[in-house]
Design a protein around this ligand. Structure first.
Ligand code: TRP
Length: 487
C-alpha cells in the first residue's frame, strides 16, 4: 500500500520544509536588494496572495486526487475529466524544472555548509566588511571547493530521498524549523542595535517605483534610450512573480507530490494558509536581519547572490557568542535547504519508481547524478564564466565566428540563466496550467469533493480565483514581456 503522512501536522511540516529554504533566506533578500526594495516586496506579496494561495490549493488537491507522481497524476486526472492526455506534459516540465533548480540550489547549499564550518572556526571574528567579502570571494572563485561541497550536499539529498521521504523529513522539520525561526528573530533583534534598522525598514517598505520599473545596469545607473528617457522594464515584475512560485515550491509538482501522500479526510484550506504565512514570515524576517547590516556597514544592497554571505558573518563576528550562533544559523539553514531539495527531486524519483519499475535507491542515484552534472555549470558561473564564453566556442566550431549573444543574453551566466528560465518562466507557466486545469478542465464535483471546506463560501472564491484572477495575472505579465500589449 502507498503510505500516507502520519498526520495532518506532518503534511504541514513537510510542506513548510519544502517552502522554507534558501529561497527565503538567501534569494529573497538579494533579489529584493537588486530590484530596489519596497515596490518589489509589494509586488511579491501581491503575487503570493492572488496567485500563490489559490494555486497552492489547486496543486494540493490535484495531487491528493491523483495519488501518484505528477506525470501519472495528470494522466489519470485528464482521463477522468475526458481531457487530452497531453496535460501530463505539465508533470514532465515539472521534473525538468525541479532538476534544473536543484542543480544550482545544491551549489548554494554547499556554500552554506562551508560557512557553518567557517563560523565555528571563528574565522569571522572581528572582521571588517572587506575581510568578510574577501572570504566569500575566495570560496566562490575556487571551483574545486565548490564542487566538493556540491557533491557532499547532493549525496546527502540522495541519501535522504533514498530512505523514503517520510522518515527523515518528519524529525528534521519538527525540531529544526522552529529553531531556525527563533534564531532569525534573535538576528533581527541584533540588527536593531546596529544603527541601520530604520534605513532598512525604509528600504523594504517604502515604495520607490523608479527602481522597480526602469532598467538599470550592473552599477545601478539607469539605462537611457536615444531620447535620454529611462527604459521601462517588466523584468522585476517577472522576477517578483517567479519568486512567489519559487518560495512556495509551486508550479512544478513538488506540492502536488506531497499532496498525493495526504489522506482524504483533512481540509486543505487552513493548512495552505498556515504554510503560506510561515513562508512569508521567514522571508520578511530574513530581510529585517540582513538589510540593517547592509546599511550600517555601507554595503551595497544589490550585491547579488553573495549578499547573505557578505552580511550575516559581519554580525556573527561582532556579537557575543557569535561563533556559536553563526554555526547554529548555517547548520539550520543547511537543514532547511535539505528539506527543500528533497521536494525538488521527489517527483522525478517517484515517476521512475512508478513507471519504470526502478527501486527507490536506484532511481534516486540516477536523478541525483544527472542533477550533480548540471550543477557544475553553476560552479563555473561563480568563477566568472559567462554564457558568451560557453557559446562562442560552439558558434566558432560550426563556422559562425562572428555571432555574439545579444545584449539581453550576454549579461547572463549559466546560473542566472537557469534561475531566470526556471523560476520566472517555467514555474509561472506550470502554475498557470495547474490553475486552468483545476478551474476549467476538472469536473466541478471532483474539485468540490477534494476541498471539503467547512465554510460554503470559500469554494466559490477559490474557483473564481483559479478560473480568472490567477491565470489572468500570470498571462498579463507574460504578454507584456513579449510585447503583445503595453500597459
Ligand atoms: N521553496 C524552496 C525555497 O524557497 C525551494 C523549492 C523547493 C522549490 N521545492 C521547490 C522551488 C519546487 C520551486 C519548486 O527555498
Amino acid at each position: 500500500m502507498r503510505h500516507e503522512w502520519s498526520s495532518q501536522l506532518t503534511f504541514i511540516l513537510a510542506a513548510v520544509g519544502s517552502a522554507v529554504g534558501l529561497g527565503n533566506i538567501w534569494k529573497f533578500p538579494y533579489i529584493t536588494g537588486e530590484y530596489g526594495g519596497g515596490v518589489f516586496i509589494l509586488a511579491y506579496l501581491f503575487c503570493i496572495c492572488l496567485i500563490g494561495l489559490p494555486i497552492m490549493l489547486a496543486e494540493i488537491s490535484l495531487g491528493r486526487r491523483g495519488k501518484q507522481s505528477p506525470v501519472n497524476t495528470m494522466l489519470q486526472l485528464s482521463q477522468e475529466a475526458g481531457a487530452n492526455p497531453a496535460w501530463s506534459l505539465l508533470g514532465w516540465s515539472g521534473m525538468v524544472a525541479g532538476c534544473l533548480i536543484l542543480s544550482y540550489y545544491s551549489v548554494i547549499a554547499g556554500e552554506v555548509m562551508a560557512y557553518s564550518f567557517r563560523a565555528s572556526s571563528g574565522m569571522f571574528n572581528h572582521q571588517t566588511a572587506d575581510g568578510i567579502k574577501g572570504i566569500y570571494t575566495s570560496l566562490v572563485s575556487d571551483p574545486e571547493k565548490l564542487l566538493a561541497w556540491h557533491t557532499i550536499f547532493m549525496s546527502l539529498t540522495v541519501l535522504s530521498v533514498a530512505k523514503g521521504v517520510r522518515g527523515g523529513l518528519e524529525k528534521t522539520v519538527t525540531f529544526l524549523m522552529p529553531a531556525l525561526l527563533v534564531l532569525l528573530i534573535i538576528l533581527v533583534l541584533y540588527a536593531r542595535t546596529t544603527g541601520g534598522f530604520e534605513q532598512a525598514i525604509d528600504f523594504m517598505f517604502t515604495p520607490d517605483t523608479d527602481k522597480f520599473f526602469y532598467a538599470r545596469n550592473d552599477l545601478g545607473n539607469y539605462l537611457m534610450d536615444a531620447n535620454g528617457d529611462k527604459i521601462f522594464t517588466w523584468e522585476p515584475m517577472m522576477v517578483a512573480m517567479g519568486h512567489a512560485f519559487f518560495t512556495l515550491s509551486l508550479g512544478m509538482g513538488a506540492i502536488m507530490m506531497y499532496g498525493s501522500y495526504l489522506n482524504r479526510h483533512v481540509s486543505i484550506g487552513k493548512m495552505t494558509l498556515i504554510i503560506v504565512s510561515l513562508d512569508t514570515l521567514v522571508a520578511l524576517l530574513a530581510g529585517l536581519a540582513i538589510f540593517p547590516l547592509v546599511f550600517a556597514n555601507g554595503l551595497n544592497p544589490a550585491a547579488g547572490p553573495g549578499l547573505i554571505f557578505e552580511t550575516l558573518p559581519l554580525a556573527f563576528g561582532n556579537m557575543t557568542d557569535g561563533a556559536l550562533i553563526g554555526t547554529f544559523f548555517f547548520v539550520l539553514l543547511f537543514f532547511a535547504a535539505l528539506s527543500s531539495a528533497i521536494s525538488l527531486i521527489e517527483p522525478s524519483v517517484a515517476w521512475l519508481i512508478e513507471s519504470k519499475g526502478l527501486r527507490r535507491i536506484k532511481a534516486t542515484v540516477w536523478v541525483g547524478t544527472v542533477v550533480w552534472f548540471i550543477g557544475i555549470g553553476t560552479i563555473f558561473s561563480f568563477s566568472g564564466t559567462t554564457l558568451q564564453d560557453i557559446f562562442q566556442p560552439l558558434f566558432s566550431w560550426v563556422g559562425f565566428e562572428h555571432i555574439e549573444l545579444s545584449q539581453t543574453f550576454s549579461k547572463y551566466n549559466f546560473f542566472t540563466a537557469i534561475d531566470f528560465f526556471t523560476a520566472s518562466i517555467m514555474l509561472p507557466i506550470g502554475g498557470l496550467l495547474i490553475a486552468v486545469f483545476a478551474g476549467w478542465v476538472m469536473h466541478q464535483d471532483s474539485t468540490e469533493r477534494e476541498f471539503s471546506f467547512r465554510s460554503r463560501h470559500v469554494y466559490p472564491v477559490w474557483q473564481f480565483m483559479v478560473r480568472y484572477v490567477s491565470p489572468f495575472l500570470v498571462l498579463m505579465v507574460f504578454l507584456n514581456i513579449i510585447g503583445i500589449f503595453k500597459f
